[in-house]
Design a protein around this ligand. Structure first.
Ligand code: HEC
Ligand code: HEC
Length: 456
């Protein structure tokens, strides 16, 4: 009798505890929304010349509202723990959605070990990151938010921050049908925005797919032949060129010996960390070669400042190590003219980006914040590149001017920021002058016989 009563008492305790835990757990707003679908009408994102249709996951058809929301989130530093870092701090429109620093700087100026790859055309990658550890843009997007060296937040914290914002709940309601924000909605919105960041229609595309024989210079045309030829550049075995479109990547992982020392020791095991397969040692995802121009330094560790340096690595046959890809061998046979032609060809891969992928024009508060975060990150990189930099304002303006594509919007918000600064200064000046006159009047009235005390 006794053990039975004791047993049922224990069972009661256990069940009671379980119920309590469930009640405590249920009201958490962040959980249980993996199947959430946008409520708006799905839109088609048009692929430019030279690119295939953009793959869209069945559970996240892009809508006007989710894309706009994703764009806002992408440029909003509120997502990071201290409100200083947005996705655009490391994947900036003016650097072809990549970073001009070798390794990116996150919250508290912490550095990771890898270079930020471009977000351009990442919509086509079946696996995200240099080592392919994320299977989708949706999965990728939550990574940086909780990464201690990137945005250093918690996913719960991000949701709470957005929920408390005066604007976001309404925007989520329009996009997702509820103002109870969940992290999946955040990730899916950002992913839908990223699917609009596509670049094609370059001189190469107009030449190769548009059959415009003048679209590419004769040098670049010769460079294309070298790029394709197994006996010359042999580049296209990995940076694929297709009959109807070209992504310039095979979406596979290869070892070029980037980061290997003279004894063949690698600084990063790459894909091996995910698969634990010997053949993946030191392998990294083949990056696209589209819009290369502004996204250096190059390679997974940002060790090559220019495209020319990257080419020199191939000409030298990569860095020897036990796992070097069999397709990598010395290209010493290329003449200097052929090398130049190859560079001209790579330059012909710069295509125009869509207009509406810069910071959202209507987000006065977040845009001002992100522009200042952007400005400081630009300043940091500016410091690295040129220690003779001018005053903050001038650097901001010069940068805004040179910003390409979506950067026009950045220019907008930067100008808005400096206009606000100007008004602030003007107000301070008015107050100071007022104070000055006021004190003068007081002095004149009460200190007639103390003429030595002159404020001017
Ligand atoms: C502190 C800098 C930093 C921030 C902030 C950051 N990223 Fe990244 N991002 C990186 C680095 C570095 C990598 C490469 C990491 C790796 O491969 O291990 C990367 C990789 C990616 C990739 C993979 C691209 C590819 O070709 O594999 C995407 C997409 C991406 N980031 C999007 C985002 C989004 C969206 C945000 C904002 C939620 C964001 N990033 C915030 C630095 C950053
Ligand atoms: C065996 C496959 C392979 C071949 C052949 C190959 N590449 Fe690459 N390429 C890669 C991989 C993988 C990376 C990234 C490697 C890393 O970061 O460790 C890369 C990176 C690059 C980069 C830097 C891009 C960036 O975003 O950082 C450039 C430029 C480049 N390759 C150009 C070329 C050219 C030009 C050729 C022909 C001369 C060529 N590649 C041949 C696989 C290849």
């Amino acid at each position: 009798m006794m053990p039975a009563t004791r047993g049922s008492f224990l069972l009661f305790l256990l069940l009671g505890g379980l119920c309590f835990a469930m009640i405590a757990y249920l009201p958490a707003p962040m959980q249980s929304s993996s199947g959430v679908m946008p409520i708006g009408k799905p839109v088609q994102i048009k692929a430019p010349l030279g690119l295939p249709p953009i793959p869209i996951p069945a559970d996240n058809p892009p809508t006007e509202e989710t894309i706009a929301l994703g764009r806002r989130l992408y440029y909003d530093p509120q997502i990071s723990i201290d409100g200083t870092i947005s996705c655009a701090s490391c994947h900036a429109p003016q650097f072809a959605f990549s970073d001009n620093r070798a390794t990116s700087e996150g919250v508290g100026q912490k550095h990771g070990t890898r270079h930020a790859p471009t977000v351009i055309n990442s919509a086509y990658s079946p696996l995200q990151f240099w080592d392919g550890r994320a299977a989708s843009l949706e999965e990728q997007a939550v990574g940086p938010m909780a990464n201690p060296v990137e945005m250093a937040h918690t996913l719960d914290g991000v949701v709470k921050r957005l929920q408390a914002d005066p604007k976001y709940p309404e925007l989520f309601k329009k996009a997702w049908g509820t103002d109870q924000i969940a992290i999946d909605m955040v990730a899916k919105s950002i992913a839908s925005f990223e699917r609009t960041v596509v670049a094609g229609d370059s001189p190469f595309d107009r030449f190769y797919y548009g059959h415009d024989s003048k679209a590419m210079s004769p040098e670049a045309q010769r460079g294309l032949k070298i790029f394709m030829s197994p006996k010359k550049g042999n580049c296209q075995v990995c940076h694929t060129v297709g009959k109807d479109y070209s992504l310039f990547t095979d979406d596979k992982f290869h070892n070029l010996g980037v980061g290997a020392d003279t004894r063949g020791n690698l600084n990063d095991v790459g894909r091996y960390a995910i698969t634990k397969k010997d053949e993946d040692m030191g392998c990294f995802k083949t990056p696209t070669l589209r819009n290369l121009a502004n996204r250096g330094p190059y390679m997974h560790d940002g060790s090559f400042p220019t495209v020319k340096d990257a080419l020199a690595h191939y000409i030298g046959g990569g860095n020897w190590n036990a796992h070097l890809d069999k397709e990598i061998h010395s290209l010493d046979g290329l003449t200097f003219d052929e090398r130049d032609d190859l560079l001209q060809f790579l330059d012909a891969l710069n295509g125009k980006l869509p207009d509406n992928i810069g910071p959202p024009p209507d987000s006065a508060k977040p845009a001002a914040k992100s522009s200042s975060a952007g400005k400081s990150s630009l300043l940091r990189s500016e410091q690295g590149r040129d220690s003779r930099r001018g005053p903050v304002f001038l650097v901001g303006c010069a940068r805004a001017k040179s910003a390409a594509g979506g950067g026009v919007r950045a220019q907008h918000s930067q100008l808005a920021g400096s206009a606000a600064h100007f008004v602030q200064c003007l107000l301070q000046l008015v107050v100071l002058v007022g104070l000055h006159i006021h004190i003068k009047l007081i002095l004149e009235r009460f200190a007639v016989d103390r003429p030595t005390f002159n404020l001017q």
